[in-house]
Design a binder for this molecule. Structure first.
Ligand code: AMP
Length: 373
């Protein structure tokens, strides 16, 4: 199948060609025709599968067709909710990329910056609004944002919203939307609370599942070193001597550890930055930009800070600790091997973490290669 087969607006096809995408990814193949036919969608998929484009392209197409709705064009017609500011920014960038040859305004609003800036964004009258739930709710309560003309609603990474305690805000926002609208919900996992939410918002959705076993779909090599906790930083520094560790995202459990590890890497003369919840928005964006531009080789992050990070050609993901929730491991390693490119996920497992590793292997249905130190 080719992108041309979807009969998308030629301006979108041109943007896809600019991106040099050869063909749709499996989720795009399935989702784009369903969304274009006006159906609700339930996507069981994670980042790295091309899911953002799977909803962004058809939404841009539908909004570019004046005939779809003769309303005035200065209203918000599509709303996308994302759990973190980084993800919201990246979704906004995707809309900008695929819609670069169209005349559709895109606005992105998120917490952590002054509300003034977002009031400015809203004054530009976006047709598509990408937002984190908390900030959107604040602004809608202050009547800065009018949600009454939303035709399309997307809830991205619903399971992460649940983890981050955002579901109540999400429900409040949904209650403010027009009753008749097209809905899409994406979630990598389907905990009970999310299943309930699905039943309350989606009408006869088309269900699309892209397999969670990343190694089946993408070329991600997974390795584990068994090592005592105090020796983990030395092992990381040793591995970083290998030049094939070109662009490395290191996951740690706590903010303190993120700072400590990044300090140790910097002392070893390897440029690095840490991102976590105590860093302000501009520090986080700056660190991401330096990492994307390859000005720093290593980025040390906590799970929440790293949510939604989309960096092409990330060679390695290093888990300095083994997450106790196996899905978190899947989310983490999904940062590498994106859209068909290979990558390596290296994990450091102490004797206290072997049970977590077992859970991960069970979820994936296979054991991870053990490396000798
Ligand atoms: P996502 O799953 O939305 O986070 O997308 C992961 C990455 O895949 C992004 O960097 C996209 O630019 C890229 N991508 C999306 N669709 C395609 C495609 N059809 N071919 C190649 N790369 C793609």
């Amino acid at each position: 199948m080719l992108f041309l087969d979807f009969n998308l607006n030629p301006s979108i096809i041109k943007a896809i060609e600019d991106q040099k995408y050869e063909k749709p990814t499996p989720i795009q193949e399935k989702a784009i025709p369903s969304i274009l036919s006006g159906k609700d969608l339930l996507g069981c998929a994670q980042t790295g599968t091309g899911k953002t484009a799977a909803f962004a392209m058809p939404i841009l197409h539908m909004l570019s067709k004046d005939s779809i709705n003769q309303r005035e064009c200065n209203q918000i017609r599509a709303l996308v909710l994302a759990p973190t500011r980084e993800l919201a920014i990246q979704i906004g960038e995707s809309f900008e990329t695929y819609g670069q040859h169209l005349n559709i305004q895109i606005g992105v609003i998120y917490g952590g910056v002054t509300p003034k800036r977002h009031i400015k964004v809203l004054k530009r009258e976006p047709n598509i609004l990408v937002a984190t739930p908390g900030r959107l709710l604040d602004l809608s309560e202050q009547v800065y944002v009018d949600l009454s003309s939303i035709e399309i609603f997307v809830l991205d990474e619903a399971d992460r919203m649940l983890d981050l305690g955002m579901i109540k805000d999400v429900k409040t926002i949904i209650s403010k939307l027009p009753k008749v609208r097209q809905n899409m919900l994406f979630s990598a996992t389907m905990p009970k609370e999310i299943s309930k939410l699905i039943h309350s918002i989606l009408r006869n959705p088309v269900k699309i599942e892209v397999k969670s076993n990343l190694t089946d779909e993408r070329d991600i090599k997974q390795q584990v070193y068994f090592i005592d906790e105090p020796d983990k930083t030395s092992l990381l520094l040793h591995l970083l001597k290998d030049k094939s560790f070109e662009s490395v995202l290191v996951f740690v459990r706590t903010k303190i550890k993120a700072d400590k590890v990044s300090k140790a890497i910097n002392i070893a003369n390897i440029r690095t930055k840490a991102i976590h919840g105590d860093k302000n928005q501009s520090e986080r964006l700056k660190a991401l930009e330096l990492f994307k531009n390859k000005e720093i080789r290593v980025l040390v992050a906590t799970d929440v800070a790293a949510r939604g990070i989309d960096i092409e050609k990330l060679s390695h993901v290093v888990n300095m600790d083994i997450p106790n929730i196996p899905e978190t491991y899947i989310h983490r390693i999904g940062r590498t091997g994106r859209a068909g490119m290979g990558g390596t996920a290296v994990s450091f497992c102490s004797s206290q973490e072997t049970a977590f590793l077992k859970d991960i292997e069970e979820l994936q249905g296979g054991s991870i290669e053990v490396m000798e130190i």
